[in-house]
Design a protein around this ligand. Structure first.
Ligand SMILES: [Fe+2]
Ligand SMILES: [Fe+2]
Length: 151
């Protein structure tokens, strides 16, 4: 079976650390799709959704920190989009937890779109800026990312 969210060059923002994080998010969406496909119970789906929300928070924090460090001009807008995207996942978590919604394939397409659209539209827009501003060198000094992880 081919993967639900297939990684391709079209999703690469050209910065390895960020691509790796996007791949983790894609894998979580794929795991959820697989769980539904195999008809695992809602507990499995809930756990993956929790992981997705947690990792999304970390990933957004990394991108936003880079934007602040590098003075990315569109920081405020990008941060607002992140808040909206995270809220979608939190809403989904609440709906699933309360039993109002079962995650089906329709919601999976929502999540696929939720991830790939943001990467290809908003994230891609910082690619050149980040590369020219030395984002890769910043990311190599991982101490500040580790602080984010442990906070
Ligand atoms: Fe991203
Ligand atoms: Fe982003």
């Amino acid at each position: 079976m081919s993967k639900f969210v297939e990684w391709s060059g079209a999703l690469s923002v050209g910065i390895e650390e960020i691509d790796e994080q996007h791949k983790v998010l894609a894998e979580l969406v794929n795991r959820m799709h697989q769980a539904i496909h195999e008809r695992h119970g809602s507990d499995v789906v809930k756990d993956i959704l929790t992981e997705l929300a947690e990792y999304t928070r970390i990933h957004f924090a990394v991108e936003e920190s880079l934007m602040r460090i590098l003075n990315y001009p569109d920081y405020e807008n990008h941060k607002a989009v992140h808040e909206e995207l995270l809220q979608h996942v939190v809403d989904l978590q609440e709906k699933v937890a309360s039993g109002k919604t079962a995650i089906g394939f329709e919601l999976m397409y929502f999540l696929k779109n939720w991830l790939t659209k943001h990467i290809m539209e908003e994230d891609m827009a910082y690619s050149d800026f980040f590369l020219k501003a030395g984002a890769q060198a910043k990311l190599k000094k991982k101490s500040w990312i580790q602080r984010l992880w442990s906070s």
